[in-house]
Design a protein. Structure first.
Length: 160
């Protein structure tokens, strides 16, 4: 084995060790989409927070309150046998007379838990196979003999 081949072999060992020390991680849990978690040191478990968003509507003091119509200008609801339609009509009439105050949405995010990462062994295996193939190709390219036949100075010459 010549000097360039030794360098390639050393680089191969270092690349395999680094790929094993900093493997690819993934987040995978029931009810959650599988997604990559990046590359992290093997002894530092990545975690992903599980969050819930709550939205509340509060009065917006920056906008003026709308002025409602005069009750005499809003037509009364027709009498019908359907209670739901009567409720809708009364609600619409009330909103026209006393319009609601403008509101703004206030959103709050709450962390409810965490998902731990898992090593993505499929991607790690692909990394290792790729490194092996590249190192093997470089070792073959750096072979001074080429086809595997002995070099002229290594051939045995018949003794006289």
């Amino acid at each position: 084995m010549n000097q360039p081949q030794r360098v390639v072999l050393l680089a191969f060992v270092v690349a395999v060790a680094l790929a094993g020390a900093f493997p690819p991680w993934k987040f995978e849990a029931i009810g959650f989409q599988r997604r990559p978690a990046g590359f992290h040191f093997i002894f530092s478990l990545p975690q992903h927070p599980i969050t819930e968003t709550e939205t509340a509507y509060v009065p917006d003091e920056t906008k003026p309150r709308p002025v409602g119509k005069d009750p005499a200008d809003v037509p009364p609801c027709p009498k019908s046998g359907n209670a739901y339609l009567a409720y809708l009509c009364e609600s619409a009439r009330e909103a026209a007379i006393n319009p609601p105050a403008p509101t703004k949405a206030v959103t709050k995010t709450i962390e409810t838990g965490r998902i731990n990462g898992q090593i993505d062994f499929t991607k790690l295996l692909i990394e290792w196979v790729t490194v092996c193939l590249i190192a093997g190709a470089l070792l073959l390219m750096l072979n001074p003999r080429g086809s595997g036949s002995p070099s002229p100075d290594e051939r045995e010459t018949p003794a006289p």
